[in-house]
Design a protein around this ligand. Structure first.
Ligand code: ATP
Length: 416
């Protein structure tokens, strides 16, 4: 019988990774069942406060005869490898018969775009009589169910290598150049590996987890070429996941703005963007329903220059997640640029110097030549940006954010 197994919430900031725990589970379950196709790494709502890092959950399909035995094996793996001592680690594992997966699609959509409760997960588990394992408060059941139910219309692959256990927590050894070299060769089939402008290798995490590096790509062949090109310490094993990374699956179109959700909204810039200490840039933006504060925080680096260049009247489509009533920008589509006029006191036609005010409602005069003028001089300054899409650089990109290189649009300004 074909079962989908979903796993979530097994790691903590101190170590481990749900993809690794799931992989160990797949290996151990290999004694009693056969893995069908790729395991899936599904990213859920990126704004959820309980997340450890990227709010990822894993699911995989197995041909199984003995469910009780499979649950026993999964339980052993969780007890042995999950970070159960951490107060924020609350694992959940679900075992869903293939024909019931369709009933979880709506739940998964909500887990990716919305905020759910543990009770929501229990309702679904009871309603469809889904066997499960839960540890502590069982919050991981939300992600476990969602990772099984997510229907991926768009997807990419993620190849993840894992270190030898004795290396966990120690500095990673790798040749930076080789990652840039690989990017030169395989981009955009393999993408978001490095950030050329900000000198960051995104493929290599800095956390104490078992992952050595992760490569993101459009097809399996390119990822297999890529793994041969990067030079690193020896890894123990690797897996290729099918994933909703880089798909914008978290984005809600024009919904009612609420905290902890992500949106795509059209509106108008209402005042000149302003900056605060630390280099964070803010924008006030008028939508059909409200005035929304949007932010481009310091880590979004050169993207802030695009926001700084906006002026009142510009029409944009903004993409981003809302927290504390502020939308953190992931990308913008500049739909219409307002003309940028500047007014100055007129110049004297004889001596060329700027005229001065002749008094209230009296126009302007040149003190030296006695020339008079009645209106300010108005002229247009060319804009520093043009219409089209702009995105945050790779080092500031969320797993779920669709990079412009993957978007089917002509007018895009790619930060690579
Ligand atoms: P990693 O990606 O390194 O595995 P993580 O960032 O995925 O870690 P978790 O430890 O899995 O973080 O914690 C996220 C928790 O939030 C899980 O318990 C998951 O079930 C829960 N969760 C996920 N999406 C939602 C949602 N939309 N509403 C409520 N809870 C959610």
């Amino acid at each position: 019988m074909k079962f989908w197994i979903g796993v979530d919430d097994t790691d903590s900031r101190k170590g481990m990774c749900t993809t690794y725990v799931a992989l160990l589970m797949i290996e151990k379950l290999g004694d009693i069942g056969n893995l069908i196709s790729f395991p899936r790494l599904i990213r859920l709502n990126p704004t959820i406060p309980y997340k450890t890092r990227g709010n990822g959950a894993v699911s995989f399909a197995l041909e199984l005869e003995n469910l009780d035995k499979a649950m026993e094996i999964a339980d052993e793996v969780i007890r042995k490898y999950a970070e159960l001592d951490d107060e924020n680690t609350n694992p959940g594992v679900v075992f869903v018969k293939e024909e019931k997966v369709q009933y979880l699609e709506e739940f998964a959509k909500r887990a990716i775009k919305d905020v759910l409760s543990i009770e929501d997960a229990y309702k679904v588990l009871e309603r469809y009589s889904i066997p499960y394992l839960k540890y502590k408060n069982g919050r991981g059941l939300i992600g476990a169910l969602a990772s099984v139910g997510a229907r991926l219309e768009d997807f990419v692959y993620e190849l993840i290598t894992y270190r030898y256990p004795e290396k966990f927590g120690k500095p990673r050894q790798y040749d930076e150049e080789s990652f840039y070299e690989m990017d030169l060769n395989l981009y955009p089939l393999v993408f978001d590996t490095v950030d050329w402008c900000n000198h960051v290798i995104m493929a290599v995490p800095s956390t104490p987890c078992p992952v050595l590096f992760g490569l993101r790509g459009e097809d399996v062949e390119s990822l297999k070429k890529a793994i041969k090109m990067v030079k690193t310490e020896k890894w123990e094993k690797y897996t290729i996941f099918l994933t909703n990374h880089a798909t914008d699956m978290h984005i809600i179109d024009n919904g009612e703005i609420k905290d902890f959700r992500s949106y795509r909204i059209v509106g108008r810039v209402v005042e000149k963007p302003y900056e605060i200490i630390g280099g964070h840039v803010f924008l006030r933006f008028e939508t059909s329903k409200c005035i929304l504060k949007c932010s481009a925080f310091e880590p979004t680096k050169q993207f802030r220059n695009i926001i700084r260049a906006l002026i009142p009247g510009d029409i944009l489509e903004v993409y981003g997640s809302v927290k504390r009533s502020t939308l953190n920008l992931e990308k913008i589509n500049v739909l219409k640029l307002e003309k940028n006029f500047v007014e100055e006191n007129p110049s004297c036609p004889i001596c060329g110097k700027k005229m001065e005010s002749a008094g209230k409602n009296q126009g302007f005069r040149c003190r030296k030549c006695k020339n008079k003028a009645f209106e300010k001089f108005r002229f247009e300054i060319p804009r520093k940006i043009e219409t089209g899409f702009y995105e945050v650089p790779p080092c500031a990109r969320r797993h779920l954010t669709k990079p412009l290189i993957r978007m089917n649009t002509d007018k895009k300004h790619i930060f690579r």
